[in-house]
Design a protein around this ligand. Structure first.
Ligand SMILES: [Cu+2]
Length: 281
């Protein structure tokens, strides 16, 4: 049961709590009864923290749901997402689960989301609750079969990112992470275009939310699915774009280990998203 995790209740301990000094806390407080009511009505399917489905055009592809029994999901032919058994974040940049969450086990062999280069893949999140930090999307070529790869040895390249959208500063500004979520019961939608000249093939797509609302305690929420990309293009990124997980991030990166509430950031409106440059084909 993850209800205690869903709803921001206090500032200490829980990785999801917001500091008490923020306007956010008031918002969370007023939403709390609503969220609790929704959670009671619909059960743990509403648990915070996840990329539950993917869409391409009008077609939905179901992902893993850690609040449902694994036995009903693992090995199912419709499953396109790598398994994540907990909504809890990953706290360290050197975790092997930074690549594709815990345990990141692959879906069955033929479960790929078909998509054309240049088309949008939309990640569908249920009840995202954290407001602060960057969001990135990565691809990695698998070769013939994404189910047999070691995700820690794949070369990922970043195709999309968004961070702070507007000021007045890091703590009170509007981040994409806050803007994309919904408080009315509908899912948060995160559409990203697959680079139009990308070489056709099988890829792992990796969505990552990094939440930095707790001082010096970053929370990584990565999730991976399998893509079958069609297209006429033949572009692939060069070495300078390739990163591995773990490996892409440094623990002391000032964008990762950060206290956004520090005085020094009072008027800061620029934030460098970690992980290097975007490759767009
Ligand atoms: Cu959380």
């Amino acid at each position: 049961m993850h209800l205690a995790h869903d709803i921001p209740t206090n500032a200490l301990g829980s990785h999801l709590a917001a500091p008490p000094v923020l306007p956010l806390t008031n918002m969370a407080a007023t939403l709390r009864p609503l969220l609790a009511a929704l959670a009671l009505l619909a059960g743990p399917v509403l648990a915070h923290g996840g990329l539950g489905n993917y869409t391409v055009g009008d077609t939905w592809y179901r992902g893993y749901d850690p609040s449902e029994p694994a036995s009903e999901q693992v090995g199912q032919p419709w499953m396109v997402q790598r398994q994540w058994v907990t909504i809890d974040p990953i706290f360290t940049v050197d975790s092997p689960y930074l690549a594709c969450n815990t345990p990141g086990a692959p879906p069955p062999a033929n479960s790929y989301i078909p998509i054309s280069a240049g088309d949008n893949l939309t990640a569908v999140y249920w009840y995202w609750l954290h407001p602060v930090g960057p969001m990135t999307v990565w691809l990695a070529a698998c070769g013939d079969d994404c189910t047999t790869v070691d995700v820690n040895k794949l070369d990922f390249f970043k195709i999309w990112e968004a961070g702070l959208l507007e000021g007045p500063n890091l703590a009170e500004g509007v981040w994409y992470q806050k803007e994309f979520q919904r408080w009315d019961g509908s899912p948060g939608l995160w559409p990203v275009r697959i680079p139009r000249n990308l070489r056709a093939g099988r890829y792992i797509v990796r969505h990552e939310i990094l939440s930095i609302h707790i001082e010096d305690k970053p929370q990584f929420y990565p999730q991976c699915a399998h893509l079958e990309v069609k297209g006429e293009g033949d572009a692939v990124p060069g070495e300078e774009w390739l990163r591995r997980f773990p490996g892409a991030y440094e623990a002391d990166d000032p964008s990762i280990r950060i206290n956004i509430y520090a005085k020094e950031f009072d008027t800061t409106t620029n934030y460098t998203i970690p992980g290097g440059p975007i490759w767009d084909g």
